[in-house]
Unconditional design. Structure first.
Length: 101
């Protein structure tokens, strides 16, 4: 597990005197920093969402495009890695309707 050390700095006020005797650095685990939604966005759940929304809910047309955020990983040439962006919804090319995941 990765840890982040936090430097408290020099004591400037007496109200922080309770920390003056403690010379150990505070070490906080980064488990609280993990985004739970990103952790649950697995390739399997993404594939299930794409399969369940392969046709439009409103008109039944099969020309449906996934709507993603611009937070995907980029490869060495600067292009987005397919499937790495957050899936937020779908857009129908036929009736122009949109719906969330």
């Amino acid at each position: 597990m990765t840890r982040l050390s936090v430097y408290r700095g020099p004591e400037t006020s007496s109200r922080f005197s309770r920390f003056a005797a403690d010379d150990r650095p505070d070490v906080l685990p980064l488990a609280w920093f993990v985004d739970r939604q990103a952790a649950s966005d697995s390739p399997l759940s993404r594939a299930k969402a794409l399969h369940a929304n392969r046709s439009c809910r409103f008109c039944g047309h099969s020309a449906v495009d996934p709507v993603t955020l611009n937070d995907g990983l980029r490869d060495g040439s600067g292009q987005y890695v397919p499937g790495s962006a957050t899936l937020v919804g779908f857009h129908c090319e036929s009736c122009r309707s949109e719906w969330p995941v």
